[in-house]
Design a protein around this ligand. Structure first.
Ligand SMILES: [Zn+2]
Length: 246
């Protein structure tokens, strides 16, 4: 009757979502309630991109049933939340992987340039209260600096054209391709090893030619990146970690 979906499992994206906080085992926990036409039973998910739990309600299930179900699985939910990788906010001394390589975020309020990359250090200037945002802005810009030329290069291989590259903070996907060659990517890919970024860019560029996941699509991906399987496997295994930064 009931399903306990693990981290990243499930995949109910449709329907209305509603965000709130509930008390679970004496703790305040962020809850997202989602109605799904496709869901046939109540389900709980720990998406992992934040510290929330998601309750999926089939179209006609009373919400009270869902909340009772959630309370009955409180132990499971809290245990899963506790097992998530710890959050790494953008504070002085924070360690983060840039291109998969360890870097340290350091704040130097008096420095002239807003952000300077100096070897394994990312130096951020400005007022202390703006530093986290400035570091985040720089990482987004850096993602675009790396992804946009890569996308153009790959598109040229298959005679396609990228109309636009947009950098976002998507929770549920690493990239997307809209008609006309408009590509979007998560800025967090700048934290992954270059081969992983390469795979995601290849994947979205391949969608310009093939708007599906057919064998023909995967053949295009294989022309554009060296090891798509390794890229996918890395994201499945470490993707949640990337959402814990900032
Ligand atoms: Zn795809």
């Amino acid at each position: 009757m009931f399903a306990l979906a693990g981290q990243g499992a499930g995949g109910y994206q449709e329907g209305m979502a509603d965000n709130r906080t509930i008390e679970l085992g004496g703790r305040e926990v962020a809850l997202v309630v989602r109605r799904s036409k496709q869901a046939r039973r109540l389900a709980l998910r720990i998406p992992g991109h934040d510290d929330s739990v998601e309750l999926v309600l089939p179209a006609r299930a009373p919400e009270s049933d869902g909340l009772a179900f959630l309370q009955s699985r409180a132990g499971w939910v809290l245990e899963r939340l506790d097992r998530l990788p710890r959050r790494i906010p953008f504070v002085h001394g924070a360690e983060l992987p840039l291109g998969g390589t360890p870097h340290t975020l350091l704040f130097f309020p008096g420095m002239r340039a807003p952000v300077t990359l100096a070897g394994p250090e990312i130096l951020v200037s400005g007022r202390p209260e703006h530093m986290a945002r400035r570091a985040g802005d720089w990482l987004r810009a850096e993602a675009k600096r790396r992804i946009a030329p890569l996308a153009d290069e790959k598109a040229a291989v298959i005679g396609a054209r990228v109309a636009r590259v947009t950098i976002r903070d998507q929770k549920s996907r690493w990239g997307s391709c809209a008609p006309g060659g408009r590509l979007s990517f998560s800025w967090r890919l700048v934290l992954a090893p270059p081969s992983v970024m390469d795979y995601v860019v290849a994947h979205e560029v391949a969608h310009i030619a093939e708007a599906n996941h057919s064998p023909a699509f995967w053949r295009v991906v294989d022309r554009l990146t060296a090891d798509r399987r390794a890229g996918r496997a890395w994201l499945r295994r470490h993707g949640v970690q990337l959402h814990r930064y900032g």
